[in-house]
Write a protein that binds this ligand. Structure first.
Ligand SMILES: NC(=O)c1ccc[n+]([C@@H]2O[C@H](COP(=O)([O-])OP(=O)(O)OC[C@H]3O[C@@H](n4cnc5c(N)ncnc54)[C@H](OP(=O)(O)O)[C@@H]3O)[C@@H](O)[C@H]2O)c1
Length: 259
């Protein structure tokens, strides 16, 4: 499988880095094109990825193409290459570009799937939300899942829940980073070295998430399990409740959905 990225910014590089990190592909299987050639060379050559002058050159070399430009660039990028895209597996990572939107701009019968990855794909611990309405053949979809499940949990959702699923997984890393930073600040306040503080906070998030995924335990039960009567953790939990921790998180997501 040869993979090509049209647009090689933050998200495309996170996907490419994750695939290399997990040895899912070799660097010379990854091709990329972008607007600024010098920047593209800097982002590809040191890692052994293949830079292409433009999308036309890229499409001559790859089987699967990932559209990874900003939403307002999608139409201008696709319109000159839409005939060539008919013969490829087209994967979009563009926010707010579901199946029906692509049907308006791609050539009829193009095989395409709209997805929303998050940045932890770079270390093989990502999430890729996939719209359940797509035009890939079963074999093509299987090839996509086989490749990308090596760096992410692949979760199929209906079109109407694509945006909220993408918000949880795509904006969540910013919220989790705030929590890691705040917890680490508290550690430093009480004498823990900064690097140890970050390490403990981050691994705690990783471990808690993995525990929930493995056991499917209700998060409330997991909270109860570390709150002994009259103990220390419950002091922290009740303080967070008084400060509106949970409602702040819910309001943050609600605010995004209303934007
Ligand atoms: N970042 C995330 O967490 C995240 C999560 C989910 C989905 N997404 C989606 O991923 C897409 C890319 O986001 P990003 O954060 O990676 O953006 P980004 O870092 O700004 O990257 C955009 C890329 O598009 C390239 N580009 C612009 N015009 C082009 C053209 N005419 N032809 C070819 N390439 C062109 C840019 O090239 P130059 O740099 O040379 O200008 C750059 O490589 C967006 O649609 C976004 O909605 C992002």
């Amino acid at each position: 499988m040869k993979l090509g990225f049209i647009g090689f910014g933050n998200m495309a590089q996170a996907l490419a880095d994750g695939l290399i990190y997990k040895k899912a592909v070799t660097p010379n299987q990854i091709h990329a094109c972008a607007k600024n050639w010098n920047k593209l060379l800097q982002n590809t050559q040191p890692k052994g990825f293949i830079p292409c002058q433009d999308a036309n050159e890229l499409l001559d070399k790859v089987d699967m193409v990932v559209i990874a430009v900003k939403p307002h660039h999608v139409e201008e990028v696709i319109s000159p290459i839409k005939e060539k895209l008919k013969d490829k597996i087209v994967i979009s990572v563009v926010v707010n570009y579901p199946f029906e939107q692509y049907e308006k701009i791609l050539a009829p019968h193009t095989h395409h799937l709209s997805t929303l990855p998050n940045t932890p794909v770079a270390v093989g611990e990502g999430i890729i939300i996939c719209e359940n309405k797509h035009s890939l053949t079963p074999e093509e979809y299987e090839a996509f899942v086989k490749l990308f499940s090596q760096i992410a949990l692949i979760e199929e959702v209906e079109t109407k829940t694509l945006r909220i699923a993408g918000t949880l997984s795509g904006c969540g890393p910013a919220f989790a980073s705030l929590f890691i930073e705040a917890l680490s600040d508290a550690g430093v306040l009480h004498g823990l070295p900064r690097d140890i503080s970050y390490k403990l906070a981050s691994q705690m998030i990783v471990g808690t998430g993995k525990l929930q995924l493995a056991t499917k335990a209700h998060p409330g039960t997991m909270k109860d399990a570390v709150c002994s009567p009259g103990g220390t953790t419950i002091v922290g939990v009740t303080t967070l409740e008084r400060k509106g921790f949970r409602s702040a998180v819910i309001d943050a997501v609600d605010g995004i959905m209303r934007k």
